[in-house]
Design a protein around this ligand. Sequence first.
Ligand SMILES: [Zn+2]
Length: 417
Amino acid sequence: VAAESLRVLVHASELLTGEGIRNKDGRLIEEHDIGLIDDGALVYSVKSIKGREVPAKIQWVGRTVDLPQKYLKARRTDLKRRRALIPGLVDAHTHLVFAGDRSSEFARRCGGATYEEIAREGGGILHTVTATRAATEEQLFKSACLRVREAMGYGIRTIELKSGYGLDHEAELKQLRVAKRLKQEFPEILFQSTYLGAHAVPKGRSKAEYIEEIVRKTIPEVASRKLADACDVFIDEGYFTRDEGSRILQAALRAGLQIKVHADELSNTASSELAARLGALSADHLLQISDTGIEALAHSDTTAVILPGTAFYLKAAHAPARRLIERGARVALASDFNPGTCMTLNLPAVMTIAALYLGLGRAELFAAVTYNAACALGFEDRRGTLEPGMDAAFAVLPFERFEELYYRFAWPSGATT
Ligand SMILES: [Zn+2]
């Protein structure tokens, strides 16, 4: 790589490589697995995309004093031992593209109304569906861009985003086209776009007929036009049964999409077991997971994605994260950013909740938002650790220690590349 396309960061107060987490496949993580380097340095290449300099690949990682001679001529930035350098965070579960405002609904919920009461009166998901259907693609794109920029400020460099607020063929495709435009607009972010047509049954249609549309029309079109990388299903009481979910997921697999599941959230439907059996990338939520479900995930390659911001926001009991970890499951944390049940992109704040209420330790928290979350997207060969050959997707934090990320509860963003 030519010297003019190399950049060097030196004197990071601490640098966390995450190397040991990869070596353990993200399971039973201990403190030394985080790969902490005191006074660290990072060399990476850059490329130019649309006249903008974008980080490309990591060339070298180590202590500043060990920086090889050949990198001394590259343009360098001195972090003066005041800023920590970590792999860019991975948010493995968001519903980032939507329109509409549900703040009044939140106020009602705080006043005692239940989520079910609000849904019956036309609030909830269906409110967002109406607004998202009415919005133009351009309006959805603009609001999504603002959200991605905010996420970047929290150190997030990889984002999963789902459709699921269109709930008909055309409106779902509109949301997925927005996701495709985001990929072009933000070359420094790696996105995974997920088709979640089976988020709810649209008002005024029969479930059977809607599933036919998903399986026979939308999945084949989404796959052939490369509008999504993955397919997700909300398997729960009042939504889709395990058999219906299984049918949809198998259609997605046949079409060449990756799969994941909103599993065992409101009730136990043994959907974690289904996710493990079908080889899903992830099983997400897991508030009601059984011991059998825990064992199924622990003995599979399916990542358990916990969303403690949602449980917090709904005042629900948290997922059994400690038991999942102790049984050997690979556990990730994600924001579940969505307008109804978790209106925040602040993944570090979600880490604070996980630290306080789920009992995750420092190394477990770090793994859960880096390597393990990258596994939940199948991106672990490119993202989640700072090692030579990986994407240069890192975050420079505006403080000295990694743990300040979740110690400073809900900090107002400010990570840079
Ligand atoms: Zn979700």
